[in-house]
Design a protein around this ligand. Structure first.
Ligand SMILES: [Zn+2]
Length: 464
């Protein structure tokens, strides 16, 4: 047996301005892809021949431009062209890659591969729980498994589940049946966590279904609300040994998921920015974090919005306060030559006078240094300007920027929920319902291409 393996991922945000460039992808070729993928042993154990191609994964960003998409997709397709006798294909996708002029990047690639291999070749894929499933996906993928955790901690298990199912089908000469049901609701991504009900119970149900002999995988996909595309919605996908069973279980799960649509809540105080700033100023907890959720760089936003910064400056805080960071290469570079302690005028803030506090670095997703940071002080407020988009997800990001996280009592970051690594430093967490490319208020996103009706934009009866 011969299996081609690849991974190509970028969670798109069609409201974000920055498109990922080729160099934004973490990229491995050949056998090096197994530094990042977990499926090698499963195929080797069976003595299968592996055709390793490409691992190309980028941080959430704007839509993927054609040139960038083809650059990586063609390398995977070259692997297929050189091995038209493939018995199986395994690809770890995100599931919400939106490509200019193409739409779903995952579907397009599967279609191209299908043209090059025999009808007997089986396709197995793994997807993020926030995948937007296209109606056609199950015509091209035989086995689909998605993460069962949000926040995601089961990426490895998800890969193994698809790979094992692929091996099982190849060994037993089975052509499985994958069925999807699109569920017409779209939820605020930040209200969905699998450790809590109602998702906890639904995920447990998918696990018991997968323990049944005729079901290979049973999945809930929550969708990704920041892509304005026809395939944007929640969905269920079931892969089973016969079609009727797959359909029945996918519909049943879809109805159960739909029934929970009013049951999702934020897990901390979630308020408009003005109220968050007010509460942060008045609160007497040791350290209060505000997350600027509409400008969440880990969800593809630029991190360049200054509304909350302006509210903080206007409040003239008595407590030491830090805003980390604001993406603004122009400010960093134009003021970089100023020494620490020097007074400067900040053009981006209407010529406001500030003192240079420190020069530092910013870290990329894989913790490598990707650019400079410049921290300026106005009264009791330190503002970390960053040369490029970055995310302050743990203390190490502050250390690198040469600011002491522990010295602040109010900290603003460009995130949705705080990452687990920051939680120990937060005595209180305020989730700011702010505007931007990752705004959680669906009605304010101006989506025009999604299927309608869509809960909660419309309230209606529905049954799978
Ligand atoms: Zn996700």
């Amino acid at each position: 047996m011969k299996i081609l393996v690849a991974s190509f991922q970028c969670e798109s945000n069609s409201l974000a301005k920055l498109h990922p460039q080729k160099h934004d992808f973490e990229y491995f070729r050949g056998d090096d892809i197994f530094q990042k993928l977990a499926v090698k042993e499963i195929f080797l154990e069976k003595g299968y021949e592996i055709v390793p191609t490409v691992y190309a994964v980028a941080l959430p960003s704007g839509t993927v431009e054609l040139d960038t998409y083809h650059y990586y997709a063609e390398q995977i397709l070259d692997g297929v062209r050189a091995n038209p006798d493939l018995d199986g294909v395994y690809i770890f996708f995100h599931g919400s890659m939106e490509v200019d002029e193409i739409g779903s990047g995952e579907l397009y690639l599967l279609k191209q591969i299908k043209k090059l291999v025999s009808d007997k070749c089986l396709f197995a894929i793994s997807l993020d729980a926030h995948a937007n499933i296209t109606d056609e996906l199950t015509s091209y993928a035989d086995i689909i498994s998605g993460f069962k955790t949000v926040p995601h901690v089961d990426q490895v298990e998800c890969q193994l589940r698809s790979a094992r199912a692929l091996v099982y089908c190849l060994e037993n000469g089975i052509k499985p049946h994958a069925v999807t049901v699109r569920v017409p609701f779209l939820l605020k991504n930040d209200t969905l966590q699998t450790a809590y009900e109602p998702l906890k119970g639904l995920i447990e149900e998918t696990l018991s279904l997968e323990a049944e002999a005729d079901i290979l995988t049973a999945n809930l996909f929550l969708g990704h609300c920041w892509i304005d595309a026809p395939n944007t919605s929640a969905s269920t996908v079931v892969c089973a040994l016969n079609r009727e069973r797959a359909e029945q279980v996918a519909k049943d799960l879809a109805n159960k998921l739909w029934a929970t649509r009013r049951d999702y809540r934020f897990l901390c105080e979630a308020e408009l920015p003005e109220e968050c700033v007010k509460r942060a100023m008045e609160g007497d907890e040791g350290r209060i974090f505000i997350t600027d959720s509409g400008d969440n760089t880990t969800a593809g936003a630029e991190g360049d919005r200054t509304e909350i910064l302006r509210l903080i400056l206007a409040a003239k805080p008595e407590k030491p306060t830090c805003v980390a960071g604001i993406t603004d290469g122009e400010t960093v570079n134009s003021l970089w030559a100023a020494r620490d302690g020097e007074e400067v005028s900040v053009a981006a803030l209407g010529g406001l006078r500030a003192k240079v506090k420190s020069h530092g670095d910013i870290l990329g997703w894989t913790k490598e240094i990707i650019g400079k940071s410049l921290t300026l002080t106005v009264g009791n407020v330190d503002v970390v300007f960053t040369e490029y988009r970055s995310a302050f997800i743990e203390k190490g990001n502050f250390d690198c920027a040469n600011v002491d996280l522990l010295s602040y009592r109010v900290v603003v970051v460009k995130l949705g929920y705080l990452f687990t690594e920051l939680k120990p430093f937060a005595d209180r967490e305020l989730f700011a319902l702010s505007d931007g490319a990752s705004c959680v208020e669906l009605a304010r996103l101006g989506l025009t291409k999604i299927m309608r009706p869509m809960f909660p934009l419309e309230d209606f009866e529905w049954r799978a």
